[in-house]
Design a protein around this ligand. Structure first.
Ligand code: DX5
Ligand code: ZN
Length: 215
């Protein structure tokens, strides 16, 4: 079973003091999760690669692109801005061939390729790229905003994927809290994104410890 990592999502942090916010959680987390929304793939729009460039932490940045058909140039901007893991959505491209091409591009440019699926997208839809990704992100809410309710159904995909691949990183994202993290962990997830259940609290360190205690 790969290493367990907590990935605080800066979507719920104070963007005006982003490096201070990250510094506080840094000793307790394995990744910093960076949500990028384009207003097309999902209704909201968030930060861009220029913002990501300003993040100074040494903790690896886990960039989740909720973006329609991101081009190589667009992806490269995030690698150059410091992204260590770049996650593309399966639903964002017209064909699996195009998705595979872009995942290979990420790898060729020195970052880790990862693929995400929405709650209702079957695991089967990514079977032809599993050989090239370092991580699979199973969404446990519809992508688009923080603070939504955890959906239990996608957890079956976590269980199924862990059975066929004991070493891959499996990330869950959406509604992860001390009440839900155990369900995902038991099914085989090892990377846990948490936005509002960390940055929505005044005591972030206690919040992370509570999450870890429930894994
Ligand atoms: C939602 C984003 C998540 C979000 C999670 O579309 O992908 O990363 O920040 O927020 P919480 O943990 O509050 O559900
Ligand atoms: Zn995310």
């Amino acid at each position: 079973m790969p290493k367990i990592k907590i990935a605080p999502s800066i979507l719920s942090a104070d963007w005006n003091h982003i490096n201070k916010e990250i510094k506080e959680v840094k000793p307790y987390c394995g990744l910093i999760h960076v949500d990028i929304m384009d207003g097309i793939f999902v209704p909201n729009k968030t930060i861009d690669s220029k913002f990501v460039k300003k993040i100074t932490t040494k903790v690896p940045l886990d960039v989740h692109l909720m973006v329609q058909e991101p081009s190589e140039e667009y992806i490269l901007d995030f690698i150059n801005a410091g992204g260590s893991i770049i996650t593309l959505h399966q639903e964002a491209y017209g064909s699996i061939g195009e998705l595979r091409e872009k995942l290979n591009f990420i790898k060729a440019n020195g970052a880790k390729p990862s693929v995400a699926i929405r709650p209702k997208t079957p695991l089967n839809s990514i079977k032809d790229v599993l050989d090239i990704v370092d991580m699979v992100l199973i969404m446990t809410v519809e992508p688009g905003m923080a603070g939504q309710k955890f959906m239990p159904e996608p957890i079956n995909k976590v269980r199924e994927l862990r059975k066929i691949n004991p070493n891959i990183d499996i990330e869950v994202d959406g509604g992860i809290s001390p009440e839900t993290i155990g369900i995902a962990a038991k099914a085989g997830a090892n990377v846990f994104v948490a936005g509002s259940s960390i940055f929505g609290r005044t005591d972030r360190i206690t919040a992370i410890k509570e999450l870890k205690r429930n894994i």
